[in-house]
Design a protein around this ligand. Sequence first.
Ligand code: NAP
Length: 338
Amino acid sequence: MRYRLLGPSGLRVSELCLGTMTFGEDWGWGADKATSQQIFSRFAEAGGNFIDTSNNYTNGTSERYVGECIAAERDRYVVATKYTLRLDSSNPADINNGGNSRKSMLRSVENSLRRLNTDYVDLLYLHMWDFTTPLVEVMQAANQLIAAGKVLYFAFSDTPAWVVSHALGLAEAHGWARPVALQLPYSLRSRDVERAEIPMANTHQLAVLAWGVLGGGVLTGKYSQPDDRPRRESDVAAPDIALGEAVMAIARASGRSPAQVAINWVRQQPGNIIPILGCRSLAQLDDNLGCLDVVLSPDHLDQLGAIAPFTLGFPYRFLHSAHVRKLIFGETFALLDR
Ligand SMILES: NC(=O)c1ccc[n+]([C@@H]2O[C@H](COP(=O)([O-])OP(=O)(O)OC[C@H]3O[C@@H](n4cnc5c(N)ncnc54)[C@H](OP(=O)(O)O)[C@@H]3O)[C@@H](O)[C@H]2O)c1
């Protein structure tokens, strides 16, 4: 395992992050407590120090298990949690439960600290942008938690590029702690973030935490084979099954497992990208950790890109077209070092 800085911060994190949405059986497709602890220990033995959870994962069980796993060596770990989503057990009529507001953030963090049995979280994410809360309120509240020492760094997850870049501008203008990372769905099954979110993150040196790198397991090709073992998805569309089969074919050609190929396609894209591993068993974790000694050839990267094509759409396709280039640069485009 190697380490890198978390975006523009001085925080040192492992090049793989351990996702813990599978810690606990509350949602029907996770691991029991003993298996969750084994997964955590194996990740730590491999050198992993970066752990991802959320206030709502498995209705709070994930944070409780993580709290037990880190207890003996709390400071060794970089623990990230999130606020925004309601717990299943919360009162459905409670209108301020959930969302991006200051009230939601402060209450959620207090509850997370209790479940994690710690007095600080290393990284707090706004989990999902709610399109209603003023961004200034979010940034002030995050800085309040940072000043109180309850949160060390702040970041966004599942938030449009324009919101995050506005937050960066606010932080700079007010001298506030700036967001350090952006957590996004990114895989051969989900490339939408290549349009705006990843270029924005790379421009501002934010770390990109990629979730769903195996497309929920679909990219391992297992949905095209009969298998009695429990799986997360019940109904996978034919194009996604074909995508899994194509990854399997390249895995066979490169002598690696499909999971290692799918994870490395993400790892080898430009930027400070850290995949979040999701596993429900030790065998899956071992397979996935094997990605650390894989380097996909340019040919295999091209083949993988070609099986998961996507279109940039407006404005990118328009602005990158030969027609517009000629309108802007005339015959000089090729002469310019960009
Ligand atoms: N910010 C967000 O909105 C957000 C959303 C989702 C997740 N996350 C974070 O990202 C983490 C990972 O997300 P994810 O679980 O969706 O990732 P994923 O890697 O796409 O899917 C993980 C699932 O794939 C299957 N799997 C894993 N390794 C495998 C292997 N080697 N061979 C075959 N199957 C394998 C397992 O499911 P089965 O055994 O059930 O098939 C496992 O639960 C989460 O734990 C969470 O921390 C964040």
